[in-house]
Ligand binder design. Structure first.
Ligand SMILES: O=C(O)CCC(=O)C(=O)O
Length: 404
């Protein structure tokens, strides 16, 4: 039988062979899980062994219980997340990613750097350079490109009264569900389904697979740690502890994510044009954590044009665009008034920069209402075919369900 696991081995080994990271990681005896990587050493001491938490996923099927046979298979995933809405099972993070090497003996709460604030009157960024150590992040890039279903979404818009056909200039995929519902185990087959009436969504919301769930937890934990450090710093500097209002509470909730959007820019020809994630379904001042993997691409930010009737003196930042050359493992967190006032883009790259090996961007967000779920599946999954990475031809290929 050509099992999922043997198929995955072919796809995955071809990807990993191009990367010598596994040998480096295998030779490193001091390893920690990706979760523990973001913990303080005191919390590490009390950490219990990991058990599967994603109840409702069908785990332990034939292909997931194969024993490791040799060193080559050490890096292959041994468990998968399956769900009726996934075109194919999605592997858990392999040990070479989930057991990242400990880069120093004196560990801190954060992975490879502290988040550096970049702020102005209406700009609030936290920039990790990097968030995930570079070698592990390159491996994560290869893993996610080979493991996730991708889509090339096309849709129509009307602009100035005329219809325009848009072909999204990058590969996309999405998982998650807005705040008005949550995934519960279905009584029919035990898979996770939204706890609202069937048919409440046009889309079929799908839960985060375990590999993205692990990253979500790590990012949330790092942001909670950054916040704690910020408020400790303020108190140590003699500032009075601020009173917490509704806005602050809302900000805390914003850094708890229920959506994961993934973009794959196969080459410099793929891009995202200037826009802001200021949709009402994200709330007034959303926190969006944006993780980069693979090739370095410029992340440009520019202030939205000021309305003509604005009388207040413009912030000095208004005329000054920002350029962050995001490298593999870097994470930019956009918070507060940023989306309301700033636009961001990843422009195309040409000539010698065009064949850059590809880049993946993952954004974690929190959608508050149903419109968020509908919007994200419409524009990141759509109604077209599913694609999957072909490691031999080094490109995305349409994926069709295998006949049993
Ligand atoms: O690829 C990036 O860094 C930006 C992605 C982005 O702006 C988006 O998904 O809205």
């Amino acid at each position: 039988m050509y099992s999922i696991r043997s198929k995955y081995r072919a796809i995955y080994t071809a990807s990993i062979n191009s990367c010598s990271l596994s040998a480096y990681i295998m030779s490193n005896k001091r390893t920690r899980t990706i979760d523990s990587f973001f913990m303080t050493s005191s919390s590490l001491a009390t950490k219990k062994p990991r058990t599967s938490t994603n109840s409702g996923f069908e785990e332990g099927c034939d292909e997931t219980i194969l024993k490791k046979r040799d060193n080559d298979t050490d890096n292959l995933p041994t468990n998968y997340s399956s769900h009726p809405t996934y075109p194919f099972p999605i592997p858990h993070l392999p040990s070479s990613i989930s057991h990242v090497p400990n880069p120093s003996t004196t560990t801190t709460t954060f992975p490879s750097s502290h988040g550096r604030p970049i702020t102005d009157t209406d700009l609030d960024l936290l920039y990790f350079e990097p968030f995930i150590p570079r070698p592990a992040s390159r491996h994560l890039f290869e893993f996610l490109r080979a493991s996730l279903p991708f889509y090339r979404v096309e849709y129509d818009i009307s602009r100035s009264g005329s219809k325009q056909h848009i072909r999204t200039p990058r590969w996309t995929t999405v998982f998650g569900l807005d705040d008005t519902s949550r995934f519960v185990a279905s009584t029919i087959d035990g898979s996770l389904v939204p706890n609202c009436a069937p048919g409440s969504y046009r889309a079929s919301p799908r839960p985060l697979p375990q590999c993205l769930e692990d990253l979500r937890v790590a990012v949330e934990r790092a942001l909670a740690g950054a916040k704690e450090k910020g408020s400790r710093q303020g108190t140590e500097d003699g500032e009075e502890e601020p009173k917490r209002g509704d806005a602050e509470e809302e900000k805390d909730e914003d850094a708890k994510f229920n959506f994961c959007l993934v973009n794959y820019y196969a080459s410099g020809a793929d891009s995202i044009s200037f826009h802001s994630d200021d949709e009402r379904f994200l709330g007034a001042s959303p926190t969006i954590a944006s993780l980069s993997l693979g090739a370095t691409r410029d992340f440009l930010m520019k202030h939205k044009p000021l309305l003509p009737q604005t009388t207040a003196a413009p912030s000095p930042a208004v005329g000054k665009p920002l350029k962050l050359p995001l490298a593999t493992g870097d994470m930019v967190v956009m918070r507060g008034a940023t989306q309301a006032n700033w636009l961001h883009a990843v422009p195309k790259r040409s000539r010698r920069n065009a064949r850059d090996g590809g880049r993946i961007n993952i954004t974690f967000r929190r959608a508050r209402v149903k419109a968020g779920t509908e919007n994200y599946y419409n524009y990141n999954v759509g109604a077209g075919p599913v694609y999957r990475w072909d490691a031999v031809d080094q490109e995305m290929k349409p994926w069709t369900k295998e006949k049993p």
